[in-house]
Every structure is written in structure tokens, then in C-alpha cells.
Ligand binder design. Structure first.
Ligand SMILES: [Zn+2]
Length: 54
């Protein structure tokens, strides 16, 4: 289902792209997270961000 409202689209993109992935268990964490919420590892990486202009 495409999001048409530009404000909602921005919010959706923020939550889809601004996440940190645990290198140990691949769990998604908040971008502000210092450690993984699943395994408490500090081995987090930010998710790759690619701008899609659609
Ligand atoms: Zn983890």
C-alpha cells in the first residue's frame, strides 16, 4: 500500500532507514540504541541508507 501523504512518507522512511542492526543476531534496534535489545551486544551497525526518490 503506497503512502501518499508526504509527512507520513517521511515518518515511514525515518523508521525504515534510521535503524541499527546487530552484527551478532541481526536484530533491529533504535538508531539511538547503544547496545542490542536482543543479545545486548554493542556490535551494532547503522542500516545502509539509500535515497529513493519515488
Ligand atoms: Zn543482537
Amino acid at each position: 500500500m503506497p503512502v501518499t501523504d508526504p509527512v507520513q512518507r517521511k515518518i515511514a522512511q525515518y523508521h525504515l532507514l534510521y535503524v541499527k542492526i546487530c552484527r551478532k543476531c541481526n536484530a533491529k534496534n533504535a538508531y539511538t540504541a547503544k547496545k542490542c535489545r536482543n543479545c545486548r551486544s554493542k556490535n551494532l551497525r547503522p542500516k545502509k541508507r539509500e535515497t529513493k526518490n519515488k
